[in-house]
Design a protein around this ligand. Structure first.
Ligand code: HEM
Length: 301
């Protein structure tokens, strides 16, 4: 199993690349060696908590590994509501690198890119940081409802797809925020958009919680009413000098359909039209779905 359950850390790098024609062998070799590189860099810092998760998208799977392919590996659909629409963007491989310090992430990203030289084209690279009490740049504590322990394993690891069990699916989206618009809202209006209190992080009580809050729209259940969880590790990023303020969304799940249902609720709305108000202040500029193979799969001959 790759380090999907790596703890929330203070720093992260999100690297998305496409594999050039002819670069397939090098890409496969790097993927087989990526946990070795993780150990190489990670063992240089005790307590650095370095981890790396690599994902492969539908566009690259057949070129790299051929048949069979993971049952639910597909292109991420676009979710289009009356007002807001998600986007899908290029990306064959994803590297989600986490550590307590940016130098560890930076070093591992450098070694990965050294090994991939000439074989890939970089689509996007984002350096994320942990902001105050685990808040996103909108000012709210982010990650509270993440499953832990056995519940996290059950929510994220594929268990019904022979040959691909123990892997996971991950969806990433890079969002840019309209901070002027968001900051112009009264704190109470922001709390109604998110569904939790800003300072204390307490979830809004029933009756106060709007049915179009972010929290309400991302709580999805199966047909028996059991809540379906995903594992998130969103990171703030930005360049204040350029007016750039963002959230890098990353969500792991045993089936991409769980994350897709949340996206449907957010963008289209539940019921349609009753969309997520954070989208009035948050614009997605990327979107890709990847399968995260097990280490055994990546390292097999
Ligand atoms: C909850 C922020 C995008 C899924 C939350 C919370 C915050 C937040 C502050 C409440 C605390 C918590 O439980 O973590 C954001 C921001 C986003 C974003 C700033 C991007 C602009 C997304 C997306 C999804 C998602 C795209 C899924 C497709 C969830 C889920 C919860 C949650 C499942 C927990 C709901 C619950 O069980 O209470 N998010 N989020 N978020 N978010 Fe997001």
């Amino acid at each position: 199993m790759q380090n999907v359950f790596g703890s929330l850390t203070h720093a992260a790098v999100f690297l998305i690349v496409t594999v050039n024609v002819g670069g397939e062998d090098k890409a496969r070799e790097l993927l087989a060696n990526v946990t070795g590189l993780e150990r190489t860099v990670g063992s240089r810092s005790l307590g650095g908590a370095l981890s790396c998760v690599a994902g492969v998208s539908a566009s690259a799977w057949d070129r790299l590994y051929g048949a069979p392919r993971p049952a639910e590996l597909r292109d991420l659909p676009v979710f289009a509501g009356e007002k807001h629409q998600s986007v899908t963007t290029d990306g064959d491989l994803m590297f989600h690198i986490r550590a307590e310090r940016m130098d560890l992430c930076f070093e591992l990203a450098t070694l990965i890119m050294d090994e991939l030289a000439g074989a890939v084209t970089v689509v996007d690279e984002v350096q994320g940081f942990r902001y105050f009490d685990g808040r996103d740049v909108l000012g709210f504590v982010d990650g509270t409802e993440n499953p832990v322990g056995a519940e996290a394993y059950a929510a994220t690891l594929v268990d019904d797809d022979e040959g691909f069990n123990g892997g996971s699916y991950v969806i990433v989206q890079k969002y840019l925020h309209d901070m002027a618009g968001w900051n112009a809202l009264a704190t109470e209006a922001q709390e109604h958009a998110i569904g939790r209190r800003k300072l204390s992080n307490v979830e809004l009580a029933e009756g106060v919680q709007p049915d179009n809050s972010h929290v309400a729209l991302t709580q999805v259940t199966d047909t028996e009413g059991n809540e379906l969880k995903i594992l998130r590790d969103n990171m703030p990023f930005g360049r204040p000098g350029y007016g750039e303020f963002g959230t890098y969304f990353i969500g792991y799940a045993k089936s991409p359909s769980v994350v897709e249902r949340m996206l449907e609720n957010m963008f289209v709305g539940s019921p349609p039209g009753n969309y997520d108000r954070i989208l009035d202040y948050s614009t997605p500029v990327t979107g890709v779905l990847f399968y995260v193979p097990t280490v055994d799969f990546l390292e097999r001959d």
